[in-house]
Every structure is written in C-alpha cells, then in structure tokens.
Design a protein around this ligand. Structure first.
Ligand SMILES: C[S@@+](CC[C@H](N)C(=O)[O-])C[C@H]1O[C@@H](n2cnc3c(N)ncnc32)[C@H](O)[C@@H]1O
Length: 208
C-alpha cells in the first residue's frame, strides 16, 4: 500500500465551515440520518475529520464510537468537542485504509473518505474491511457521485483544484466509488439515498 498522501493538516480549522458554506448541511445530514438508526450500537467512523457530526448527539446514545483519521490537527479540533471527553468515544490517529480491526462494529461508516483514492485502491480498502472475519454488520458509504449536471461538474473541478493545492490530493476526478462498492459488497442488502440534487449519495450495505 502506498504512503499516505493526503494531508488535511492545513485546513483542519476551516474544513467544517467551508463545507457548510459550499454544501449547506448536505455533507452532514446523511451522516446524522444514518447514526440516528444506530443508537446503542458500536460504531467506527473512518476519515472522521473533526468529528463534527457528533455535535448533534450525546455520548450515552451509543455504546461506543471509534474514529480513525490521519490528521493530528483534525484530532485537535475534535478534542474541542464536549463529546470527545466521554470514555466511550475514542479517536485514533490511524491510516484508515486497512480493516485490520480487533473489534466488531455494528456500523462502519466512510464519510467523504473513499473519494481520496482511485478505483483500484478503493477496491483494496473495501476488500480489506470485508475480510473473512467480518468487522461489521453494516457498512455505510457517504460520498460524491459522478457529476453529471454542468453545475456539479464545475463544483467538482473547483473542489478538486482546492484540495490539490491545500491537501496534496492527486486525483483530478471523482472516482466511481459506488460502482466499486457495489462490486465488492455484492450480495449484501443495500439502501441508497441521494442528497444535494443527487451529487451526494449514501449507501448502507447490510450483512443481516
Ligand atoms: C473530506 S474529509 C471528511 C471529514 C469528515 N468525514 C466529514 O464528513 O466532515 C476527509 C478526512 O479523511 C482523512 N483521511 C485522508 N486519508 C486518510 C487515511 N489514509 N486514513 C485516515 N484518514 C484519512 C483526512 O485527514 C480528512 O480528515
């Protein structure tokens, strides 16, 4: 596996505000909707960023939440949240590309994480999480779809340019995330939902 290339370190303090400015609540809404269905459960969020989504919840609404991210400044932002002080909410500075977990989760969530990688790497990440010893009951992907509308294409180009300059992002297109996830997680039950005029999609794959 290649070395980690993306670094959100320089934009950690503005990331949430910027996302809200451009997309309103559409980045966070699908994540809140999904988490609402997993109260009392064990959850892992990969590429968790500042953990902003947890602002809506109380720690005792979940059995546990683990968050993985590679950016220390993102962790520092998370540490400012009240919920970060709870013993059942744990943030790990960890490369989230491998699913070598020593815990089973009711839900593993990838919110705007897989779009950093090309289709081959997304395939490897999902295969690793899907491993023979199942690490999850349900797996949720929330991310961008291939921009078909003109306004979404312009937005995608602007976003990618911004992230190339600020984070070292290397892709110049949005990968076909959901085509790969449908291929790798074939056979699991699936529930799709669309947001932001279909530019954002959530897919929840269930083993049960
Ligand atoms: C676009 S942000 C999304 C943050 C958050 N999920 C949200 O929806 O607001 C992507 C996050 O993935 C993290 N990230 C990028 N590559 C990673 C890796 N290999 N392992 C873990 N986290 C990674 C970045 O540091 C960043 O915080």
């Amino acid at each position: 596996m290649d070395k980690v290339i993306n670094s959100y370190d320089h934009i950690a303090s503005i990331y949430d505000r910027l996302g809200k400015l451009v997309f309103g609540g559409s980045l966070i809404k699908p994540q809140i909707e999904i988490l609402n269905s997993y109260k009392g459960k064990d959850i892992l969020i990969v590429g968790a960023g500042t953990g902003n989504v947890l602002k809506t919840f109380e720690a005792n609404q979940f059995n546990s939440i683990d968050l993985f991210d590679i950016s220390k400044p993102m962790l520092n932002e998370f540490n400012d949240l009240v919920i970060s002080k709870s013993s059942n909410i744990n943030y790990f500075l960890k490369d989230g590309r491998t699913g070598d977990l020593n815990k089973h989760y009711d839900l593993i969530m990838f919110p705007f994480f897989l779009d950093h990688f090309d289709e081959q790497e997304i395939r490897e990440i999902l295969v690793s999480y899907r491993s023979e010893i199942p690490t999850f009951d349900d797996l949720a992907i929330i991310d961008f779809t291939n921009p078909l509308k003109f306004k979404h294409r312009i937005l995608a180009k602007t976003m990618l340019l911004f992230f190339r300059i600020t984070t070292g992002h290397t892709l110049n297109r949005i990968p076909d995330i959901f085509r790969v996830s449908d291929e790798i997680l074939k056979g699991l039950k699936k529930k799709d939902k669309y947001y932001y005029d279909s530019f954002i999609k959530s897919s929840v794959y269930s083993r049960l």
